[in-house]
Structures are given as structure tokens and as C-alpha cells.
Design a protein around this ligand. Structure first.
Ligand code: NI
Length: 174
């Protein structure tokens, strides 16, 4: 397993549409292992392959609470089959939009079909945090970031600040 660099906004790669996986093989499993390690290292609860520059429809998540046993989840080619009209609101962040958080409304419940780590077909009824997290990650597969749901003004401000952060020289502590 290896920790990969997480791509941050603004970057065109994040706007790419990810492609379906034909078969879950050793290469895909290795990618999922790397994604999980990268996500844990960054203290995230979800990561899409495109965030480490791989345009494949693969997501890893772990929404277990700190102190609880790890509960990694793997979603390959996820599809939302059904969702409710009722929404829930969470303050969302994203490993590709570091240090910014904003409230986003999303359907409170959704039914997802996907392939698991072994390539087996699975169905999941997601609610609450799980539903929000999977929808956030599935947006990444379409090149959508949570800041796209904010007002144009707010989004522009965030992207501007992120660009400035990027242009800073490397910080060294000696
Ligand atoms: Ni994200």
C-alpha cells in the first residue's frame, strides 16, 4: 500500500468524468488499498479515485467513529437507484478543498448498487451521514465538488483562496 498525493482545487483533473471499471482485478484492488491508506492518512471519511488522479469509478469510505474499529467500504461503479425527496443538511468538507466547510443539502436516503472489493454485486440502503457521504463521493465521479452547490460569490472566494495557498513556497521546519 502507498500513500498518494491528493489533488486539490483548482485542478482540471477534478473536473474529469470518471470511467466505469470493466472488471475488479488485482490492479483495482491495489488502487483501493492505496486510496484507503491515503484517506486514513489525511483523516478523511471518503475518497474517490479521481482525487488521486485516477479517472475510474471507484470510491472508498469509512464513516466509523474515532475509537471504533475501522470499517472500510469500497464502491466500484456505484449507481443511485432511488432517492427520497426529503433532504438532510451536513457541514461538508473535502480532501480536495482543504480547510473549507459549507452546509449542503442532499437527499436523506438513497439506494445504491455497486460492486464491492471482490467485484461482487451489492445493494445498499444508505441514510444520514452514509447517504450524504456516498452522494458527495459520487459527485466526484462526475467532476462535481461540494463548492459547486454554493453561491457563485462564495465559490469564487474559496477557489481564489485555495489558489493563493497553492502558490505559497514550501514550508520547511528545520
Ligand atoms: Ni470530496
Amino acid at each position: 500500500m502507498a500513500i498518494k498525493t491528493i489533488i486539490t482545487e483548482p485542478n482540471k483533473i477534478l473536473r474529469q468524468k470518471s470511467l466505469p471499471v470493466k472488471q475488479v482485478g488485482v490492479e483495482e484492488q491495489r488502487l483501493m488499498d492505496d486510496m484507503l491508506e491515503t484517506m486514513y492518512d489525511a483523516n478523511g471519511i471518503g475518497l474517490a479515485a479521481i482525487q488521486i488522479g485516477v479517472p475510474k469509478r471507484i470510491i472508498v469510505m469509512d464513516i466509523s467513529k474515532s475509537g471504533e474499529k475501522n470499517n472500510p467500504m469500497y464502491f466500484v461503479n456505484p449507481l443511485i437507484k432511488d432517492k427520497v425527496d426529503e433532504t438532510s443538511t451536513y457541514e461538508e468538507g473535502c480532501l480536495s478543498v482543504p480547510n473549507f466547510f459549507a452546509e449542503v443539502n442532499r437527499p436523506k436516503e438513497c439506494h445504491v448498487e455497486y460492486l464491492d472489493y471482490e467485484g461482487k454485486k451489492k445493494k445498499l440502503k444508505a441514510e444520514g451521514l452514509l447517504a450524504t457521504c456516498i452522494q458527495h463521493e459520487m459527485d466526484h465521479l462526475e467532476g462535481i465538488l461540494f463548492i459547486d452547490y454554493l453561491s457563485k460569490l462564495k465559490k469564487t472566494m474559496i477557489v481564489k483562496k485555495l489558489s493563493k495557498q497553492k502558490n505559497r513556497p514550501d514550508r520547511i521546519i528545520v
